[in-house]
Design a protein around this ligand. Structure first.
Ligand SMILES: [Zn+2]
Length: 414
């Protein structure tokens, strides 16, 4: 705090204030001493909201500034007017965040103030350096979101059956440094109730919220299998779908329908079962269509035989899906005519080691929008006649996710 002639300037501060019962409010203390309190929420809710902020337009404007501003096209001699123009344009961008991300907007104000206070030695190098630093500062909210999204992915994806403790331990295994920053044990010297925490950056705020999240057990973060969004289940029961409406349909409704496709696609035993059913059905049609004197080379299959086979398979399938039969027992039960070579069904591998997972786990700064920026063209040499194939950014991402995607993405089209 410093005293001038008339005006008192306060040090701007980003605070997280507890208002009781596990609820918090982010507090922005401005330079002029005014204090802005954001709506009361919970750490889980705020983390989800932060991960969902849409920076698309903001990202595009930063990219445009970096790629198109004449400042970076100049050589050796950088006109100061170009630099001033660049700064003026850069300082307009944070206002794009004021509504969608008030915390990011506030934090940028502090960071940009600091960046602009650097001593200017007037050299071209200084100007270019200063411009790059401004761009780097402007990207701070985006960077923080990239880290947060990767943390959520590693901590909560596929962890709906785990305990809070196990989720925290998983996070510590994948990102040990992050685990230290959001260890709930670091909060234990303060009595829960009306604590106030100071965050030194947006990332710091998210780490604080994660620590507070891991300190409680009332809310947990889960991933909706249909829309792939994060949500907070209402009960302790394992919950697959959120309450949102996606593409005009409740996630729950569509999710349950698409889940059946997924189970069958991923499950070798069910695939064998479907193949056997197709074979039995084809056999039935051939047998019924053939005149009695044409049946000598055919395997007999009457309607009641086929019905008996189907009913047996249906019951076995139900028991298998409930986990009462192993894949091998299931296949033995349905293979009444002994047609399968082996009863080893290649059940789906548990998620974990896809190329995508390895990328995210190996690098918290992994940003799919940078990794798969746009459509690329590849020469497909696998074909007899090599031909050019177009891959969109989404295609490339899907390829690395190896099928570990939302049900909406897998089955929602067509
Ligand atoms: Zn959903």
């Amino acid at each position: 705090m410093e005293d001038t002639d008339q005006v008192i300037f306060y040090e701007p501060q980003l605070l997280l204030a507890e208002v009781g019962e596990g609820r918090f409010s982010t507090v922005l203390q401005h330079r002029d001493g005014t204090v802005e309190r954001l709506p009361v929420t919970t750490p889980a809710r705020d983390l989800i909201a932060a991960a969902e902020i849409d920076y698309g337009l903001y990202r595009r404007e930063i990219k445009r500034l970096r790629e198109e501003h004449p400042l970076f096209a100049a050589w050796l001699d950088v006109p100061v007017t170009d630099f001033e123009d660049f700064v003026a344009e850069a300082l307009l961008l944070p206002s794009m965040l004021q509504k969608i991300d008030p915390v990011g907007f506030f934090a940028l104000g502090i960071l940009l103030d600091r960046a602009l206070q650097r001593e200017d030695d007037g050299s071209a190098l200084f100007l270019l350096d200063a411009a790059q630093e401004l761009l780097h500062v402007l990207e701070e909210p985006i960077r923080t979101q990239v880290y947060l999204r990767n943390i959520l992915e590693m901590t909560f994806d596929g962890m709906e059956r785990a305990s809070q403790r196990e989720r925290f331990e998983k996070l510590c295994r994948v990102y040990p440094d992050v685990g230290k920053l959001c260890d709930p044990a670091s909060l234990s010297d303060m009595e829960p109730g009306h604590r106030t925490f100071r965050a030194h950056s947006i990332f710091d705020l998210r780490m604080l919220e994660l620590a507070l999240y891991f300190q409680q057990d009332k809310q947990r973060i889960a991933r909706c299998e249909y829309c792939w969004g994060w949500f907070i289940p209402k009960t302790k029961k394992v919950t697959r779908y959120c309450d949102r409406v996606t593409d005009g349909f409740p996630c729950k409704k569509r999710g349950a329908r698409f889940k059946r496709n997924l189970v069958e696609d991923e499950d070798g035993a069910l695939k064998h079962c479907n193949q056997l059913r197709d074979r039995m059905y084809a056999r039935l049609l051939r047998w019924q269509d053939a005149a009695p004197d044409e049946r000598t080379n055919l395997i007999p299959m009457e309607y009641d035989q086929y019905d008996a086979w189907s009913e047996n398979a249906r019951l076995a399938r139900m028991e298998y899906l409930k986990g009462k039969l192993t894949a091998e027992e299931f296949l033995r039960r349905i293979d009444t005519t002994h047609e399968l070579d082996s009863y080893e069904a290649d059940r789906a591998e548990p998620i974990g080691q896809t190329a995508w997972y390895q990328r995210v786990a190996g690098d918290i700064t992994f940003d799919p929008k940078v990794r798969y920026p746009e459509t690329i063209q590849c020469l497909d040499l696998g074909e007899a006649e090599p031909k050019w194939e177009i891959y969109t950014a989404d295609d490339l991402r899907r390829e690395e996710q190896e099928g570990h995607q939302s049900l909406r993405e897998r089955y929602g089209k067509g």
